[in-house]
Design a protein around this ligand. Sequence first.
Ligand SMILES: Cc1ncc(COP(=O)(O)O)c(C=O)c1O
Length: 365
Amino acid sequence: MIPLASPDIREEDINKVVDVLRSGMLVQGAQVAAFEQSIAAYLKVPHVLAASNGTATLHLALVAAGVGPGDEVIVPSFSYIATANVVELVGALPVFVDIDIDTFCIDTAQIEAAITPATKVIIPVHEFGLMADMAPILEIAKKHKLLVIEDAACALGASDSGMLAGTGGDFGSFSLHPRKNITCGEGGVLVCKDREHAEKVSIIRNHGLSVSDGRVAFTEAGYNYRLTDIQAALVRSQFGRFEEILSKKQELVDVYLTELKHDAVTLPSCPQGKKHSWQSFHLLLDDSIDRDLLIDKLKIAGIGTNLGAQCMPYQDYYAKKYKLDVPCLFPNGLRAYKHGLVLPLFEKLTSNDILHIVRTLEKEI
Ligand SMILES: Cc1ncc(COP(=O)(O)O)c(C=O)c1O
């Protein structure tokens, strides 16, 4: 069986975790701080905070930005459901904007029409590791005095015209889930542009605890969104070979792009000036193909595939609550949800595995 994804955890990574276990210092501590520093150095940003997952980091960003009831937050129609859920969690209104079907990212031409006096934040999602068009998004945000929270859950290492994912907005949020390019099971990383936001995040991720002039006080009703040192040691070790991971994935993607040619398949592409981090290899099938049946057939043939992400306003909770005319308002998000397919892509795959996947797909389609 070739799974959809499988993290490459090496002996050296395991040894780093064992060292932490032997030390007895398990919760957020020196390992977390060292991991935050490595990410800050890589992204060339001053404020990086690790947290328990990439949903927690989005939630922390919204709370630190002061978003709450009565506020509106612009999100793409197509993403992992967490992007909209966090807006609900703070009691704000998610305002969906359809995606560009070529990139699976928010259609920037439709953003301004969705802005109202209540809009506070835009959350562009760098879907599958390809950055949304940041220049127009940042321009719109500046014009309308909005904050930008980049949902870069899948996009550590991606860039757009030299700007690294997570560094252009007011916040940049990353996930360390096992399907991401580096992982510690569950984990997240948040970049904050402003020191004040970073201080607030640091307090609310840890029960609202703050230290000022040596005085310890609980100044907020915070969360426990801490990453552990066990997790930080694991992901820090993998991050040491991050460039190697990205180039291996690019090599494998190149094999897919050369080998997979089928009339019913639209391959993913990476526009000029952008660097893809290839969290997923997501293709679009012709409407005539029964995607779910194809997933079943590939599973029987020993190949793990899946749909890519959700058309969020189409999911039960959002459909019931907002009753939006999804096919009319978000045709691209719905199409990507119903006809998208993710093929296996992870470091331990070989070119031969990919040839086998491509030939099997061509046979079963
Ligand atoms: C776009 C996007 N946002 C948010 C998340 C949530 O991250 P986590 O699973 O670490 O909570 C994911 C996870 O896959 C994601 O793909």
